[in-house]
Design a protein around this ligand. Sequence first.
Ligand code: S3P
Length: 430
Amino acid sequence: MSQKVLAFDKKTLTGNITVPGDKSISHRAVMFGSLAEGKTKITNFLAGEDCLSTIGAFQAMGVSIRREENTVFIDSDGINGLKEPVQPIDLGNSGTTARLLIGILAGLPYHFTLYGDDSLSKRPMDRIANPLREMGAKIDGRENGRLLPIAVRGGHLSPIDFKPPVKSAQVKSGVLLAGLLTEGVTTVEEVTKTRDHTENMLKAFGANISVEGTKVKITGNKNLSGCDIEVPGDISSAAFFLVAAAITEGSHITIENVGLNPTRTGIIDVLKMMGVSINVIEKRTIGGEPIGDITVKASQSKAAIIEGDIIPRIIDEIPIIALLATQAEGKTIIKDAEELRFKETDRIESVVTTLSKLGATITGTKDGMIIEGNTQLHGGVTESYGDHRIGMMIAIASLLTDDKIELHDDECIAISYPTFFEDLHSLISN
Ligand code: S3P
């Protein structure tokens, strides 16, 4: 396991950068391009480990996929051309690959076995397996089919009207993808709208899908056609630098070409609510997704109560928001975020343990955390616990102290942001 000593001489961030392509959109582009007949070209693809797991899964089913750095070329015979893989499919650390892929495999008349790394093997798969079983798929695995490794025997599904008990775009997407491969109309109705990249992109590939408020309807159709997808910059990656600039004196940065899908921009709303000086310029729409530039200046932030419907729109940004809260004036309370317990780590526990080690006053609750502001952080020995977003939160925390922070297991950052340290160095070297 590799480790890094974090000690930056200069702590002011200035200049402009772009961040790598969006993880959620990169996954979907590979999946839908593989299901579609003909050629699909994906530009600004995120070549992080999670999205490479998705490529590997479809190559194992016989799809021709070639990658040249951040461009991916897919040439597929469509759904009917997919083959039964000879070997078990390795999902690595990727929850998105797991949940969406299980939905697709449920609709294919083959047998599949899926496994992942230690973290993914602890994450619940019943949330997707249960509705698919209701549609007729045979899914089994450890702990009564709740955990990986999982075996799927798919095909011959019936449509369902599904109301997900958890607020999860992965679950919604997995059921919609099974619906795509099922004759008839499948509906998914959410309580709170989660990220809608599946809905947007399936339309671009020619699926018959309609959205009315929080209700999505898809009609089974095995004839998608390949198309070109340009992936916007990932706002969840940008979030680390948005907060870094907000909390370090004299900073002023712009992140260009960031995806601004409204189901993902909760971080902008939270930064505004906490008094951070932030400006967003929307520029254009690519493949149904708005993109633009975000400028942030160092600011004295103030505490906030963060709860309710905004939570799914910031679910991946809560670790870095917690770091911001240690610098804000007052006590920040985060509620309604029990889903954090089912991420790459239990992120309530890993954020609380890590920030406490660095001097923060932070308490975990059943569904969130309570964070005291105006805290001087200090150095210490930390670890990512194999969670990329915890690793990046620690790196940004090191801008707040002159002490050294040891970060153990830093390489997991490559799961979502392989060039994170290069981009951080480029912003502090201006
Ligand atoms: C994702 C959905 C979210 C998010 C994950 C990516 C997706 O997970 O945390 O990083 O691409 O659909 P849940 O759907 O489990 O909330």
